[in-house]
Design a protein around this ligand. Structure first.
Ligand code: ADP
Length: 583
């Protein structure tokens, strides 16, 4: 719809062009007949010269008009392709941004595969649009006009030409359907191959350290060989069909020449009719000869766009949202009998219940895989519980407007994402409208301001050059700008060394103040600091309470805590510290 005028313009050009194409045939018939008359003495030489002059003028004029038409068709077709390509690229990005977490974590949407699918989808759809206006439409318009001319000249010749069309269509369709399976296979080979190379690059350190280059090369070779085999079979099949179609076309041509020659001999037609029919027949078969290519393009577009449109139309992937918009969040969270299975079937939570008090810090403790991050995923509405309910300030999480809810939640992960750009831009991600003063204030609260000002370019420095600990504090500064009532900290110090952990402690303490905080951590100090501790094991809550009580319990928490403490080698540490104190 937005490009209606462009399309109408192209259609008009196509209509004019399809008549221009027939001019050659008309002129040549006229020429041959006149020459024949001159040669046989029916007309004089001067008449012949006049005819030549007339024909030359018409042919050149036609070519000039044709040049403009061709330019217009190509340019408009290309313009349409570029515009549509821009529109659907934008469409798919805005669309997938609305999708729920499960879409991104599913195997099928591995970043490499998704990228290939989107690229190929956009590529083949836009190519189809372009081909339609540059190739398909003009060729078919030419064919139809040529057929009309043939029928006006002679009905029998017209019938022979028309008979070719269904025959050709049938063979081309047969070819296309035979090749469809190969194409589908090719698509998955390509996706796997792209994905393979990406994962190869990502795992290069491990591959090299285990000296597994030959093994990886072999794996890659296997995909490569399957692909080659498939490619060869595809080509072989194509060539067989090409040969059959070539034969059909030539056969039609011979029949038309013989028929016209017969009519000429009978005296029903002039000699010029032979050339006339051959050229018109050529105009009819030209697009048909392209038919398999058009079929291929359309099929490609169908196959690639199939999964492309699956992505665009995956309404079930759009994040669910309620309508409740909270004015203020207190931060009391109640999880009641929540069980949860990930989309791939992993049962991550079993009948989990807990109460998280507002303005307090609750630590989730448990071995890895216990389901701690899953709890946070559910609280952020990245996933919905399979059964059970979660309440925030007494309202079921399902009823909350998802975007409004997330405005009140801050998330700090093990490795926070630092976007390409300056430090100021990265902090401002927490509030795009923040002034520079507000950005600096947030940085001060996160105890990173001074370090930033010491950098040569200050707040304009590239944020990705900062150390892990500094990046983590940038992420915390970002949260100060966002100022959410609830904060989830998912192993915020796990990827940091001891010194960096010590450095970000102050900023973590600052951000925790007056907020409801849930922290997942393996750091003893962070656990002991919490007001309340929830202990999880294999997807269940096994203990809940204060550090001292839980320790007394001598159960799971005791085991985990003791293991953590032992790993620190406290005895040696205290000995060292004692000696130092003694000296
Ligand atoms: P924790 O945070 O306690 O280490 P998680 O909540 O991350 O544990 O994981 C709980 C279980 O859910 C584990 O068995 C894990 O393999 C599984 N799991 C985590 N994330 C996903 C996911 N995106 N898809 C499928 N299974 C997952």
């Amino acid at each position: 719809m937005p490009y209606k005028r462009l399309i109408i313009g192209t259609l008009v050009l196509t209509a004019v062009g399809s008549f221009a194409v027939q001019v050659n045939a008309l002129i040549i018939r006229h020429m041959v007949d006149t020459l024949n008359e001159v040669v046989t003495g029916v007309q004089d030489l001067a008449w012949g010269y006049k005819m030549l002059l007339f024909s030359s003028v018409v042919l050149i004029a036609k070519e000039i008009i044709n040049a403009f038409i061709q330019f217009g068709q190509k340019f408009f077709g290309e313009k349409l392709r570029i515009y549509v390509s821009r529109d659907i690229s934008q469409l798919i990005v805005t669309k997938i941004l609305t999708y729920r977490m499960a879409f991104y974590t599913s195997d099928e949407n591995d970043s490499g595969k998704l990228q290939t699918r989107i690229d190929q989808g956009i590529g083949s759809i836009t190519r189809l649009i372009q081909n339609f206006f540059i190739d398909i439409l003009p060729l078919f318009a030419n064919a139809i006009v040529a057929l009309v001319f043939i029928y006006t000249a002679n009905v029998y010749v017209g019938l022979v030409s028309t008979a070719m069309i269904p025959l050709y269509f049938y063979v081309s369709q047969l070819q296309a359907s035979k090749l469809k399976g190969f194409r589908r296979k090719m698509r998955s080979f390509r996706e796997n191959k792209n994905n393979g190379i990406i994962s190869l690059i990502n795992s290069i350190t491990v591959i090299k350290s285990f000296v597994r280059e030959p093994l990886e090369a072999e794996k890659h070779e296997a995909i490569q060989y399957d692909m080659t085999e498939n490619q060869l079979q595809t080509r072989r099949m194509s060539f067989v069909f090409d040969a059959v179609k070539g034969f059909i076309e030539q056969f039609g041509l011979v029949v038309i020449i013989l028929m016209t020659a017969y009519f000429v001999l009978k005296g029903d037609m002039t000699v010029g009719a032979i050339m006339f029919h051959v050229l018109l027949f050529n105009n009819v078969t030209a697009p048909i000869r392209q038919l398999h290519r058009i079929y291929d393009d359309v099929n490609d577009a169908m196959i690639y766009s199939e999964s492309f449109f699956e992505i665009i139309e995956a309404e079930h992937e759009v994040e669910t949202t309620g309508t409740y918009v909270p004015t203020q969040i207190k931060g009391k969270i109640e999880i009641k009998n929540v069980s949860f299975d990930y989309p791939n079937g992993t049962n991550a939570l079993k009948e989990v219940s807990m109460v998280i008090e507002p303005n307090k810090t609750t630590a989730l403790v448990g071995l890895s895989g216990a389901g701690k991050s899953t709890v946070i995923n559910l609280l952020d509405k990245f996933y919905a519980p399979t059964s059970g309910q979660i309440f925030l300030d007494g309202v079921d999480l399902r009823e909350y407007d998802t975007k409004e809810l997330r405005k009140h939640i801050g998330l700090v992960l093990q490795k926070n994402h630092i976007f390409q750009g300056s430090i100021a831009e990265n902090i401002r991600y927490g509030n795009p409208h923040a002034t520079m003063e507000e950005v600096e204030l947030a940085a001060q609260k996160a105890y990173i301001h001074e370090q930033i000002t010491e950098l040569p370019q200050g707040y304009e420095s590239d944020a990705r050059l900062l150390s892990g600990g500094q990046q983590q504090r940038i992420a915390i500064a970002r949260l100060f700008l966002k100022d959410p009532a609830i904060i989830f900290l998912d192993e915020p110090t796990a990827s940091l060394d001891a010194i960096a952990t010590e450095q970000i402690k102050k900023s973590l303490d600052a951000i925790k103040e007056n907020r409801t905080v849930i922290i997942v951590s393996h750091s003893i100090s962070q656990i002991i600091d919490a007001h309340d501790i929830v202990v999880m094991e294999k997807g269940r809550v096994v203990e809940n309470g204060k550090h001292e009580d839980l320790y007394e319990n001598k159960s799971t928490y005791y085991d985990i805590f003791s293991a953590m403490a032992n790993s620190l080698n406290l005895e040696k540490i205290s000995q060292t510290l004692h000696q130092e104190g003694g000296n």
